[in-house]
Ligand binder design. Structure first.
Ligand code: FAD
Ligand code: 2HG
Ligand code: ZN
Length: 483
């Protein structure tokens, strides 16, 4: 089995034999459990069917594997930590899965130039720890940091919880080394802060979801450590107050390092599913905002800000984390939403973004739409119930909408029911000029919806770009769009 546009020139047996000779017997996996495990990501919707899993140990091996696959028309799916949420790393049509897991060395940390040079298979957390070790800070931060690779972060242009202050992955990348479809090694690895000498090609690969090249190395920005972080959870009674709170933060000139939100439903599910989780509030509230600020001076900026927000009626309750244990607990209430939802039921995910001033009008229309849809739906059994759970990086205009039904529900029916609502939401989103993907990417799950966000002209240029860099279409075929 392979993609329709490819005609493999070698048998599976020959390909595996060649790859084993290249990287070593034990670094080409073909066992049923390995194929299942490595052929999928967090989405778990598509049936994994890779040809094999190959684990190169350096760029030269990646290059030889690509040259062989190019020559023999074998599809290749690059694979990182497999935490992706849109089936970008799924291999369901006989692809060679190229995992960068063995390429996990941090090569250099420069505390003068404030850079870190790394192989692509290093986890985000390992980079954070390496920076911390020398008294610096790597700002990319997401709940999957213990598993996801920097190569995967770059390929998805991951966002995370600190984007509001430091930017996303794209903003951290100073240099890249990429192996192209034909095996050529493209070194854009100089890592200069400033370099206006022609097109900055590295940006093409950031967010390209493994369709243009295999990221093998990166030079990334480091930052001075943030000083004296303060964290508060605020209870908010109506959504429209959340953007207003953000405005007040800006007017008060506080340095916001995270501005996250979740609904009462999300909060309840975390409290029910996360061992030891506690709510800091006596009464529940429809919405919660997690606000982290840097408070370097002696002024109690967080207290002053919260007082102001109370006086203006923008928040109904708030608690400031009193110590590092509470700091972790509060963050846990936000960062464990995804895991808690997965334990709670079947989940389908949206990851939309809007301009901040469009958030409130959009949410108002969304509420109307959902009321209309639920009143027109017939009442089925309890197992068919569908909850919409909202949370996300609201300070960036990024709203995660998770559709959740009990595990007992027929999975196909669940997907159909969730899709019906999703389509209406995407139509609404178009009206507000939003995007169907803020940070997770398109992969397989959202490719049919690309047109909601991108014009036909844009997609046509994307296709031409893909054909230029990968004329045979062997790199992660079928992801983002069909060529
Ligand atoms: P994978 O899932 O392995 O792959 C993702 C894509 O990148 C695929 O298309 C793959 O082919 C490609 N790829 C992987 N490695 C390479 C490489 N070396 N070269 C070229 N292409 C490659 N995402 C966010 O943006 N923000 C969040 O806050 C966030 N939180 C999350 C929380 C949880 C609990 C989970 C499970 C996921 C979360 N994610 C988040 C999604 C996910 O962690 C990110 O998309 C992450 O960047 C994926 O990295 P990965 O190494 O797991 O990549
Ligand atoms: C987050 O912000 C991640 O926690 C995951 O991007 C979002 O599960 C989701 O929908
Ligand atoms: Zn997110």
């Amino acid at each position: 089995m392979t993609h329709a546009h490819l005609t493999p020139k070698v048998s599976t047996v020959e390909a595996i034999k060649y790859l084993r000779a290249l990287v070593g017997e034990s670094f080409v996996l073909t066992g049923a459990l390995d194929l299942k495990t490595w052929g999928t990501d967090w989405t778990k919707v598509y049936e994994p069917k890779p040809l094999c899993i190959v684990l190169p140990q350096n760029t030269a091996e990646v290059s030889k594997i690509m040259a062989y696959c190019h020559e023999n028309e074998l599809a290749v799916t690059p694979s990182g930590g497999r935490t992706g949420l849109c089936a970008g790393a799924v291999a369901s049509e006989g692809e060679v899965v190229m995992s960068l897991s063995r390429m996990c060395k941090i090569l250099d940390v420069d505390s003068t130039g404030l850079t870190i040079t790394t192989e692509a298979g290093v986890t985000t957390q390992a980079l954070q720890e390496a920076a911390k070790y020398i008294g610096l800070f790597f700002p990319l931060d997401l709940a999957s940091k213990g598993s996801c690779h920097i190569g995967g972060n770059i390929a998805t242009n991951a966002g995370g919880v600190k984007l509001i202050k430091y930017g996303g992955t794209r903003e951290q990348v100073l240099g890249l080394e990429v192996v192209l479809a034909n095996g050529d090694i493209l070194d854009m690895n100089v890592g200069l802060r400033k370099n206006n000498s022609g097109y900055d090609l590295k940006h093409l690969f950031i967010g390209s979801e493994g369709t243009l090249g295999i990221v093998t190395k990166a030079v990334l920005r480091l930052m001075p450590k943030p000083r004296n972080l303060q964290l508060a959870i605020m209870a908010v009674d109506v959504f429209e107050k959340i953007p207003k709170i953000l405005t007040e933060c800006s007017l008060a000139a506080v340095s916001v390092t995270a501005f996250e939100f979740f609904t009462q439903v999300a909060h309840k599910i975390v409290l029910a599913r996360l061992p030891g989780a506690r709510t800091p509030f006596a009464a529940s509230s429809p919405f919660y905002v997690l606000l982290e600020i840097e408070q370097p001076g002696s002024e109690p900026e967080m207290e002053t800000l919260l007082e102001k927000l109370f006086d203006q009626g923008l928040i109904s309750d708030a608690t400031i984390a009193a110590n590092s244990t509470q700091f972790k607990e509060f963050w846990g209430l936000r960062e464990n939403i995804t895991e808690s939802l997965a334990a709670h039921g079947q989940v389908r995910k949206n990851d939309i973004s809007l301009a901040i001033d469009q958030l409130d009008p959009f949410v108002k229309e969304l509420e109307k739409l959902l009321t209309k849809m639920s009143s027109s739906a017939t009442n089925g059994p309890a197992s068919d119930a569908m909850e919409l759970v909202l949370f996300g990086h609201i300070g960036d205009g990024n709203l995660h909408i998770n559709y959740v039904s009990p595990k007992e529900r027929n999975p196909k029916e669940f997907q159909v029911a969730a899709r019906t609502i999703e389509e209406q939401i995407f139509k609404l989103l178009t009206k507000f000029k939003g995007s169907i993907s803020a940070e997770h990417g398109i992969g397989l799950t959202k490719k049919k919806d690309l047109h909601f966000t991108r014009t036909a002209q844009e997609v046509s240029w994307m296709r031409q770009t893909k054909r230029l860099w990968d004329p045979k279409g062997i790199l992660n075929p079928g992801k983002i769009f069909d060529v």
